[in-house]
Design a protein around this ligand. Structure first.
Ligand code: TRP
Length: 409
């Protein structure tokens, strides 16, 4: 069987004429105004495009309209999604796995995208979901104290729960807390560590001789939740297929997971890949929590949202009103429009905005106003929901427990 594992170096997307995009778990960069060339990325990574046929099948089998993230190509690539739909069609069980590296207590709106989507998938398929908080990863990479990293996990868990996950179907865990108390987790980690060589890890992730060994040992930790026997309290000893929604930058971890799956006696995890949520300054890079002006945080006030968008959102409009009326704006590079694709659910309204901005009938200030209004609503209602989430509720979500899905042999 041919390995899917591609080295980091090879993941740099070399176009014939266009400059290079770089997509790794640590760096996302494009020199293009419109951002990463996702079609090229699909070719390089060897994944499959989410095409109309898959969307139609999705709707037919689930009986539900596709989420706008799917309709608009925000989730644009997959591995083995047809297999997951086949399972669902046959009434066979599977589960969802996603995660987050809690690197700062202020999450931004881009961080919510995979969780909003997972919540939707959980509702549509009625399946259990495990959410890994890689505080170990962040402690190693960002040199955060172990105790502080665990605290960040708990803070982030509140924001994640505020997305509306069902307590009866969701298990959230901090690696630093959970791994040591779950022998099945450690045992699967060692199974993977046994079957991946240092050379392979170097090839996939690019680590070198001076990196702490923690980095080299980490990838199996992100891989194990893709194998259901890691969570015997949820899945018993059933070998359930797993579906992982994630940013495409996380794909190297899961190519490795798919490579080791047959050796573990498990089906290869399926994947749904999202594109990146662009920074306010433009699509060349993804939004970063460390640059406060590149992002709208879930803690921002309505006034901060308004000011940041007015001041920093990169505009695809013309420099004067006269020119804008004459030449129109460019939605493909305009960040306010690009963000509306994520947050404005109404397809008709979005296409009307696109038409009017492109023709010049809608001015940049007016377009920004649309985005400000929606984001103030989204962030405001998130803050309301987050307030209601108690420490006790977080503990409930993070307690290893039977979710009512344990499958008897
Ligand atoms: N490494 C990811 C990050 O830094 C966190 C993560 C762990 C994850 N497991 C995952 C993301 C599974 C997506 C799917 O954000």
């Amino acid at each position: 069987m041919e390995s899917e594992t591609v080295g980091i170096e090879k993941l740099e997307v070399n176009g014939d004429s266009s400059p290079e995009d770089v997509v790794t778990p640590w760096t996302v960069e494009s020199t293009n105004d419109t951002g990463i060339d996702y079609d090229k990325l699909i070719k390089k990574f060897g994944s499959s495009k989410i095409d109309q046929e898959l969307l139609d099948r999705f709707e037919k089998i689930t009986g539900k309209p596709c989420h706008h993230f799917l309709r608009r190509g925000i989730f644009f690539s997959h591995r083995d999604m047809h297999t997951v739909l086949n399972l669902y069609e046959q009434g066979k069980p599977f589960y969802l796995y996603t995660g987050r590296g809690p690197s700062s207590d202020a999450m931004h709106v881009g961080h919510m995208i995979p969780f909003v989507f997972c919540k939707w998938l959980q509702d549509v398929f009625n399946v259990p979901l495990v959410i890994q908080l890689t505080d170990d990863e962040k402690s190693i990479w960002k040199n955060i104290k172990i105790e502080d990293a665990i605290k960040l996990s708990y803070e982030n868990a509140k924001d994640i729960i505020a997305c509306g996950f069902d307590l009866n179907k969701t298990f959230i865990f901090s690696n630093l807390e959970h791994v040591g108390s779950n022998p099945a987790f450690y045992q699967n980690m060692i199974r993977i560590q046994k079957s991946v060589t240092f050379n392979q890890i170097k090839g996939i992730f690019g680590f070198g001789d001076s990196d702490p060994v923690g980095k080299i040992a980490f990838p199996p930790t992100q891989a194990v939740p893709a194998f259901s026997s890691t969570f015997p309290f949820i899945f018993g000893d059933a070998k359930l297929p797993c579906l992982i929604p994630c940013g495409i930058d996380q794909d190297p971890y899961f190519r490795m997971s798919r490579d080791v799956a047959p050796k573990m006696g498990f089906p290869k995890p399926a994947l749904l890949h999202s594109s990146f949520f662009p920074a306010l300054q433009g699509s060349q890079t993804k939004m970063s929590a460390s640059d406060i002006n590149s992002a709208i945080f879930l803690t921002d006030t309505p006034k901060q949202i308004k000011n940041k968008i007015n001041k920093h959102a990169f505009s695809g409009g013309q420099t004067t009103v006269e020119e804008h009326r004459k030449l129109g704006g460019n939605c493909d590079i305009d960040i306010s429009y690009q963000w509306l694709r994520f947050f404005l659910e109404d397809d008709d309204k979005l296409s009307e905005i696109r038409k009017n901005y492109t023709s010049g009938a809608l001015l940049t200030g007016e377009l920004k106003q649309e985005l400000i209004k929606i984001l103030q609503e989204v962030v405001g209602s998130h803050q309301e929901r987050r307030k209601t989430i108690t420490d006790d509720l977080v503990k409930e979500f993070m307690k290893p427990r039977d979710l009512g899905f344990v499958l008897k042999k």
